[in-house]
Structures are given as C-alpha cells and as structure tokens.
Design a protein around this ligand. Structure first.
Ligand SMILES: *Cc1c(COP(=O)(O)O)cnc(C)c1O
Length: 821
C-alpha cells in the first residue's frame, strides 16, 4: 500500500500563493489584479481541494480494501457552516493561507467571508451530523455522510418594520460553489409509485416513475489525521428533459412538468414541523436519499461484482439513522436483498438488523414520525408489504416471548384499520441493533417513557451517547484568542484532538495571572462582536456590559418566552422605580432564533422580542443598563461570533424536553457561564463543571411530571402563578396592554391567552425561580475575578463534550469498529 499523504505542512506560503494564482488564471480567468475577494475565495478553495485529493483517494482505497468497517451516517440534514477556514485548518494550511493573502494583497477575513454559508439543516440535529463527520475523519474512521443537496436550505430570516419574521428563500447556490464535485457517472435510479404484481411466485414491484439521483461529493478532511472522508449529497434529476410532443403543441409549460416534479425532490429543506401538505414530498425526499445511498454503498464495497455476497455487508458498513427521517432505509435494504439479490427473508432480516442503528433525538411525541400507510402504499407499495410483514414477524416474536396482548398491541409498527399508519421510531427500534438517546437523562426517559414497551422486551438494545461538538470549529476557529491562551497554558496544542487535556487548566484557575488573561480574552471577544454587530446589523452595542445570550431554534419548549418575560419584568421594575437601575449589572441580552414558518406562537414570540428590544433600547430610563438585540438569521456564522463573546448563556428549556442540546456545550467550552434547568446535557455539564460553577434553577423532570398530573395545562393552573406573583403579573399585563405594540391590545393576545390558560411548557411555573437566580448571577458578575475563574473551570471541565468523545462512544457501544490502520 502507498503511504498516507499527510497534510503538506511543508508547503511554503510562496508555493501556496502560486497555486492560488494558477487557479485564478486557469479556472477563474482573472489576473490577481482583477480578482475580487470572492474570486480569491474560489481559487483558494480549489487549491485546498487539490491538496486533499491524494488523502481522499487513499482513504477510500483503504476503506474498501482494508478490514475496517465503515460508517454510513444517514441524515436528512448536514449544517456544515462555511468550509474554507475549516478545510485550511484541517489540511494544515492556515499559515500558508495567511502568507498568501499578504502576498496577494487581500484581507484573510474578506476572503473567508466571501463564502456563502450553506444552510442544509434546521438546527442542532443538522449541526450534530456535521460535527460527527468532522470527528470521524479526525479520528480516522472511514465514513460517508449521506444526505440531500437541497437547492434551497433553511430560509433566510428578516424582520419587517413591525418586528415580524419574514422568510425568504435561501438560494445558496447563487455563486460558484467550489467544494462539491458532481459525479454524473455514479448516479442511482430511484423508483416510485406503481404496483406490486405476482410473477412466478414472486412479488415484483412495477414502479410508475423514477428520478435520477446524482451525487455531489464534499471532501471531509480530518484534523491532522491524514484522512479525508466523503459527504455525499444527492441531487434529484429528471430522466426526461421535457415532453417533446407536448412542447410541439406549444404547451411549453406543461412540457416541463415531469422534470419539475422530479427535481422538486431535492429542491428545499423542510422546516422541523412540516405541514401535512408537504408530507408526500418529504417522504419522497427520505426515500430518495436513502435508496440512493444504500445502492451506492453496495456499489462502493462490492466494486464490479454481479453477485456480491451481501451477507458480509454488516462487516463492511454500518448505517446510523440520524433520527426517524432515514428509517425507510430498513424496508429498502430488505427489498434490495430479497427482490434485487434474491436472498430469503430470514437472511435479509439478519443482514438488515445488523446493518442499522437508530439515534432518537426527541421526546416530543409530535416529532416521532408516523406515516399514513396509504401514503407509503401510494409511493412505495412494495415497501408497505415488507413493513406489514416485518410487523407480523414482530408480533409473533413478542407473543413467543410471552409479552402481554395489550402491550403487543401498543407496540405495533403498522397499525391496522381505516387510519392505518406506520410508526417509524418503532420500525427503527425493532429493525436495527441499537437505539441511543443523545444525553443521559434523555436516554433514561426514552427507556422509561417514550420507548418503555420496547426497552422492557429488548433492554440490551438501548444505550446512550451524549452529544458533542467539534473543538476545531467551535473553539479553534471561533475563538482563536482563547485557543492561543489554552495552548500557552498547557504548553501544547494537542488538546485540539484530545479535549480531555483541557483538564490541565484546572490548576490555572487559581493562578490570578492566567485568570486575568482569560478575562482579557473575553473582553477582546466582546469588543470584536460589538464591531461585527455594528458592521453586519447596525447595532450600537456597549461591550462593557454583561453579554447574556439565548441562541437556538424558536420553540415553546426552549422557553424564549421565559427569558423575555424576565427582561420585561426587570424593565417594569426600573420604570416603576421599584429598582434603581444603578444597582443593576449593566446587561445586553441577545436573542437569535428562527421560527418554523407555520409555527404561530413561535412567530408571535419573535415579534414580541423585537418590540421589547425597540421599546427598551429607546427608553432613556434603561440606557446603559439594559438592552436587547435580536440579530436576525441565526446561523453558524453568528454562533461562531457570538458564543466566544458571551458571559452568560441561557439553557432554560422545560426539564424533560431538550433531548441534549449542543449549544450549551459550545458555550461552556468558550468560557460562558450557564443559567439553566436540569435538562438534556445541562445535567452532565453541571456534573462536570461543578454545581458551584453553574446557575441552576427551576423544576426537575419529576416535578414537571407531577405538575402535569395535577392538571397544570388542562385545568389552567398557570393562572394561579400569574395571580400570586405581582412581578409576573405586571410583565404579562404589559404584553397584553399594548406597551410593546404601540397600544394595540390584540397583537399578542394569543400568546397571552396561551400563557394564562394552558402554558404547556410551564413558563409561568418556573418564572419565580428564574427571577430569583438573577440575584446570584449579578452578585457573581460583580466580582470579575470570581466570574472569570468559574469560566476557566467551565472550559477546563468540558472536554468530555467533544464530538471526538461521542464518536469514540459510538465506536465502542454501537458500531464496533475503529480507525484505519
Ligand atoms: C449549535 C447550534 C444549534 C443547536 O443549538 P441548541 O441550543 O442546542 O438548540 C442550532 N443552530 C446552530 C446554528 C448551531 O450552531
């Protein structure tokens, strides 16, 4: 075998400059004098790719020819963020790039900023997939990320003059996209519709239509591993350009309908909670990428074989199902094995069972996908037959195990009857080897509540892998100053691929010199963010205030409402003279959040936050003491800029609702202190950083359950909290009386109604505890050395939350494979 090509760190800046010049000349067709920052970005990307190609090919070769099992990470979302800086870092070309930009007369920042951020994910789930493929490559595990190359990613968010969210399409492919390599020669045919007929005693699927799945490959370079994996995103193409007969009759638009319909499949990323109308297209998307990926894996691992021995498939690749979106892959592999390769049912089942595992990402029942059987039957009639048969086999297996009839009935994968449906989470749990939750608390609740019936029959299937984030992007790139300080403190930068080494900072928390430097880094980051926000949003932010941040998707369970009610309460106290503003720690509150376009209460909350910001920021009474900013279009770029500048982050979801969270990890690793509930990974973060370095408040999950049992949401108990707490009452009354809607009392009436009559996520019940913890936060913040020391300890003890550790856990507990030799 040939040697692994290590990153060519021996390359000089001069040589790299020449390579960029060559790309500018031969690919862009411009001279360095004519080139814009965008040209230089494209040329640099092309130059970096050239440096990765050898390692990429070598990795693929070793993957197919070695005896290490590969990982196929099937995910409907990959929220990658901008690629250039990350690729330079992992390829070991950062310094050469900086030198080259000097030589060419470009600002590195302008060139990096010229990249358009691809938004092929909604939030945490998509970002997790991106962190995991980074870690897989960095550890040296051969892997494919498999997904969809949506033409339009998550919408671009703007606010109108009333503070309402406006969604505009995010056409990320406006300009040249230099990273993807479209490979028309490795396409796959994906069939849909039609019927199943009996032929020679066999069930044969006669599909009605097909789309062409064309892969676009992105190199995924590992950090200092010399390995480069592949993110393979599929685009849907029509086999027919247009119908010439129709075209000749001058029905030009009708002629392209089949093409448009086929290509719609990879047109747009769905928001988290889809509308029923969108369901069909969503199922088409899921089947499209999963079917193409399974066939692709067989092509890759059995090159050129007409009759491959697919009983060895589980030794070649293991598929991880990132939530329920790719679960249709289970009946699809069954179908491929039986119908396309002639295996009997039992052999096919054994292969399928060993090949798949399922990660559950939620506890919210509405997020566990259930498909109408009629829809599956219409699009995938053969799969529906297979699902029914899997269900029958499952029922008999349960009966044989002596499971009670009522429990068996509850566990049905396929529910009979008029509204027959297919429960994808159940199919995944039965059809794969392992099921994991994404934080300890979440995995426990999965076993004890959501999938209790399953864990009682198959206890060994259930395991936990706590989420993680990549330290390369979320520490090194996002926070270069702190990274340098850590390296200085530890005397090495090896922590970047072994994050537990951050523990070496623990003694430095008692070194005043180090703590002072740490505080100075935070201040410099805050100054930077103020400048960034001025440039990008026109905000005038005072960097000498506490930066208090809540950035995440807008959802009722995450409780942005709790935060904004607390802000309103403080504002009201200042206005009424109850609180002297000079006694408060000056604070700047940041929100960043997109709401799903059809999610009404979430959109009202956005409007409320914007108008609270407008009123407070224009009121002389709070000037310099309390300000609220809502930078629009929260994305990875904003996360990378705001997290390192944050003093206090908000992780205030209702206990038992946030599966894990990964934002919380990014903040702890960047030296922000957290105010949070005992929810998701907060529990484990607090355990590690120490209870004394975490601002805990609010009900626990058992307390939440007990309050539901009393009828909190059904009997309108929230109103009692409102009546009994004057501060809460005043805050809600101000929302209702038009203070934040130019006197209009109707603007937020549905939001107020919900708070007072339902409040399913118990915002009102946790309000008092949330206000009470603020005194402790303020007292701590007044002692800058104490605060900074706590921040150092947060960083030092959060190494566990590296996605490298998560991947090691997957390798050990679920995938049973490892790095290439
Ligand atoms: C990390 C991240 C998320 C997830 O945040 P949570 O607070 O865990 O919900 C969402 N969106 C972006 C852009 C992120 O970087």
């Amino acid at each position: 075998m040939t040697e692994i090509t290590a990153p060519k760190s021996s390359l000089t800046s001069g040589e790299f400059t020449d390579e960029i010049r060559e790309q500018l000349k031969y690919t862009q067709g411009v001279t360095p004098e004519q080139a814009t920052a965008a040209d230089v970005y494209v040329a640099t990307a092309a130059a970096v790719r050239r440096h990765l190609v050898d390692s990429w090919m070598k990795t693929q070769h070793d993957m197919v020819n070695g005896d290490t099992k590969a990982v196929g990470y099937l995910s409907a979302e990959f929220l990658m963020g901008k690629q250039l800086e990350n690729a330079l870092l992992n390829a070991g070309l950062t310094e050469q790039f900086e030198g080259a930009m000097k030589e060419l007369g470009f600002d590195t920042k302008d060139v990096i900023d010229a990249e358009y951020e691809p938004g092929l994910g909604n939030g945490g789930l998509g970002r997790l997939a991106a962190c995991y493929i980074d870690s897989l490559a960095s550890i040296g595990v051969p892997a494919f990320g498999y997904g969809i190359r949506y033409q339009y990613g998550i919408f671009k968010q703007e606010f109108d003059e009333n503070g309402k969210q406006i969604e505009t399409p995010d056409y990320w492919l406006v300009n040249e996209e230099p990273w993807g390599h479209v490979d028309y020669n490795r396409d796959q045919r994906v069939n849909f519709g039609g019927e199943v007929v009996e032929e020679n005693g066999k069930r044969v699927w006669k599909p009605a239509w097909a789309v062409r799945a064309v892969p676009c490959d992105y190199m995924v370079p590992g950090y200092k591993s010399g390995r480069v994996n592949t993110l393979r995103l599929w685009t849907a193409k029509s086999y027919d350009e247009f119908d010439l007969l129709t075209f000749n009759k001058s029905d030009y638009l009708d002629a392209v309908i089949p093409k448009v319909e086929a290509e719609n499949i990879s047109k747009i990323l769905y928001p988290e909670d889809s509308t029923p109308q969108g369901k069909k297209l969503r199922l088409e998307q899921q089947y499209f990428f999963v079917s193409a990926s399974i066939h692709d894996a067989i092509r890759v691992f059995y090159p050129g074989e007409k009759n491959p021995d697919l009983t060895t498939l589980p030794n070649k690749i293991v598929f991880q199902l990132n939530d329920t979106h790719p679960v249709i892959g289970i009946p699809e592999l069954m179908r491929v094995l039986i119908d396309e390769y002639g295996y009997d049912w039992d052999t096919a089942w054994s292969i399928t069972n060993k090949t798949f595992n399922y990660t559950c990402h939620t506890l919210l029942p509405e997020a566990l996908e259930v498909w109408p059987a009629s829809l599956i039957g219409e699009l995938l009639p053969r799969h529906l037959e297979i699902i029914k048969k899997i269900n029958e086999q499952f029922m008999s297996e349960l009966k044989a195990k002596g499971v009670a009839d009522d429990q068996i009935e509850r566990m049905r994968i396929y529910t009979d009857g008029k509204d027959a449906s297919v429960r994808m989470a159940y199919l995944a749990t039965y059809g794969g080897s392992y099921v994991n939750g994404v934080a300890e608390l979440h995995s426990e609740l999965l076993k004890d509540v959501t999938l209790k019936d399953f864990s009682s029959v198959y206890p060994d299937k259930f395991t936990n892998v706590t989420n993680g984030v990549t330290p390369r992007r979320f520490i090194k790139l996002a926070n270069p100053r702190m990274s340098d300080l850590i390296t200085e403190g530890l005397g090495t930068d090896a922590w970047l691929s072994d994050l537990e080494q951050l523990k070496g900072l623990i003694p430095l928390a008692d070194d005043p010199e180090f703590v002072k430097k740490f505080a100075a880094v935070k201040q410099a980051n805050k100054n930077d963010f103020a400048a960034f926000a001025k440039r990008k949003y026109g905000f005038d932010i005072d960097p000498n205030t506490m930066f208090n941040t809540m950035i995440k998707r807008l959802h009722e369970y995450k409780r942005q409402a709790l935060k904004i009610l607390a802000v309103i309460a403080t504002y009201a106290d200042i206005k009424s003279g109850k609180v002297d503003p000079d006694t408060l720690v000056p604070r700047t509150v940041f929100f960043g959040a997109k709401a799903a376009p059809g999610y009404y209460l979430a959109k009202q909350t956005i409007q409320l936050i914007n108008n609270v910001a407008r009123v407070i920021n224009n009121d002389p009474a709070t000037k310099g003491k309390l300000h609220v900013y809502f930078p629009w279009n929260y994305n990875i770029e904003l996360a990378q800029n705001l997290i390192p500048a944050t003093d206090l982050d908000e992780q205030i979801s209702q206990a038992g609702k946030e599966a894990s969270g990964t934002g919380n990890m990014k903040f702890a690793l960047n030296g922000a202190l957290t105010v949070g509930t005992l929810d998701g990974a907060n529990v484990e973060i607090r355990e590690r950083v120490g209870a004394e370095n975490f601002f805990l408040f609010g009900m626990t999950e058992p307390e939440v359950s007990a309050l539901y049992a009393k009828g909190y949401d059904t009997k309108g108990l929230s109103r009692e909290y409102y009546e009994k707490d004057p501060q809460l009452k005043q805050a809600i009354d101000m929302v209702a009386d038009g203070t934040f809607s130019n006197g209009d009392k109707d603007t937020y009436k549905d939001l107020v109604n919900d708070w007072l009559n339902k409040d399913y996520f118990m915002t009102l019940a946790d309000f008092r505890a949330y206000m009470d913890i603020q005194a402790e936060i303020e007292e701590t913040y007044r002692d800058p050395m104490k605060w900074a020391r706590m921040a150092v300890l947060n960083v030092a003890n959060s190494g566990y939350f590296s996605s490298d550790r998560s991947i090691e856990d997957y390798l050990e507990r679920i995938w049973h494979t490892g790095a290439l030799k």
